[in-house]
Design a protein around this ligand. Structure first.
Ligand code: ZN
Length: 341
């Protein structure tokens, strides 16, 4: 068969080929052991001498061309079959929804309750000077909380007075005087935020923790306003059957100072290991703002009075969710976190 005839025939056959199998059959039909082109090459020796060279050359060239074309077609077919057509009716891929960390959820819940009775959220720096963290709040120079065993001080090499020393705030109360330097009474603020203390970490202590402080200043603010507000908060969080009680205490920035307890939410006041069998849980230090602190705020203590309170957010959150280890909140363990979606 003439080389040109074989070439034309191959082109026709190629147009009809649709699948990989068809293309493989073409390869066998033209280049296989008994293929059309193989046949020509085998019989070259039988041709007249003058024709052998030219026929050999063109047969070999066609062989290379057929191989190349078939390989190209097979590759093209393979890449087409990899591209799946888009089916717009197929259900989409569902990505897992994230959710707020239980601590954030609890902070927001607490903020909502205080906002419902007129408090606004205030902030203060986590790195502050000792004046706002201690001095302005009437915390004496020899108070144990100032000790470097409890407070993280930041040494910057400057020779400065104690009240200007930088530290990581030990409570969010550092916002109180800062805020009042810019505002006039009446004010009602809550300050949620991170605090730092040099505590040994165990099931109920972390070196970094959250606190929520509150401050209310106005004319004629009394202890009963304080107790009523905190009672409202406790009942809003833990349910209306929770009781509160006030015990006298001492804090340098309040006078009188109070420890507010709530009835144990775990044993309902009957007594259990968590409440040390007393039926009560100590949750909120509070009191009426000391006149010296009011003066530091630029507020006239003969005209205005006010109260302040603060609580550890983790402690209340643990009671709220029934969590027994504060460290769970900081381990990023999904087995724990996914229970709060
Ligand atoms: Zn109890």
């Amino acid at each position: 068969m003439e080389i040109e005839v074989i070439k034309k025939q191959f082109k026709k056959d190629l147009e009809k080929a649709e699948s990989k199998k068809d293309l493989e059959n073409l390869r066998v039909g033209y280049l296989g052991r008994k293929g059309k082109l193989t046949d020509v090459l085998k019989n070259i020796s039988k041709l007249p001498v003058e024709k052998r060279k030219a026929t050999g050359q063109s047969a070999n060239a066609l062989k290379l061309e057929i191989e190349k074309v078939l390989n190209q077609e097979i590759n093209e077919l393979a890449s087409k079959s990899r591209k799946k057509p888009i089916d717009i009716s197929e259900p989409g891929v569902k990505y897992p929804d994230g959710h707020m960390h239980p601590l954030t959820q609890f902070i927001r819940k607490s903020i909502d309750i205080f906002q419902s009775v007129g408090f606004q959220v205030a902030e203060a720096p986590e790195v502050d000077i000792a004046y706002y963290n201690f001095d302005s709040l009437n915390v004496p120079k020899d108070h144990p909380a100032r000790d470097s065993f409890d407070t993280f001080y930041i040494e910057d090499g400057r020779d400065i007075s104690d009240d200007k020393k930088l530290l990581l705030r030990t409570h969010t109360t550092n916002a109180d005087v800062r805020f009042m330097e810019k505002r006039k009474p009446p004010v009602r603020i809550i300050i949620p935020g991170k605090c730092y203390r040099h505590d040994t970490i165990d099931a109920s202590h972390e070196a970094t923790f959250y606190q929520m402080d509150g401050l209310c200043i106005g004319e004629g603010i009394r202890v009963t306003d304080l107790l009523g507000t905190l009672r409202y908060f406790a009942k809003s969080i833990f349910g209306s059957d929770v009781d509160t009680r006030a015990r006298p205490h001492f804090y340098p920035f309040t006078e009188p100072s109070i420890d507010l307890d709530i009835s144990c939410v775990l044993c309902k006041g009957k007594g259990c290991p968590v409440c040390k069998h007393s039926g009560w849980l100590e949750v909120m230090p509070c009191g009426m703002i000391h006149p010296k602190v009011l003066k530091n705020m630029g507020v006239d203590p003969t005209k205005y009075s006010g109260y302040a309170f603060g609580f550890g957010i983790e402690r209340l959150m643990m009671l709220y969710y029934g969590i027994n280890d504060i460290r769970l909140g900081y381990t990023s363990d999904l087995r724990f976190l996914e229970q709060f979606s």
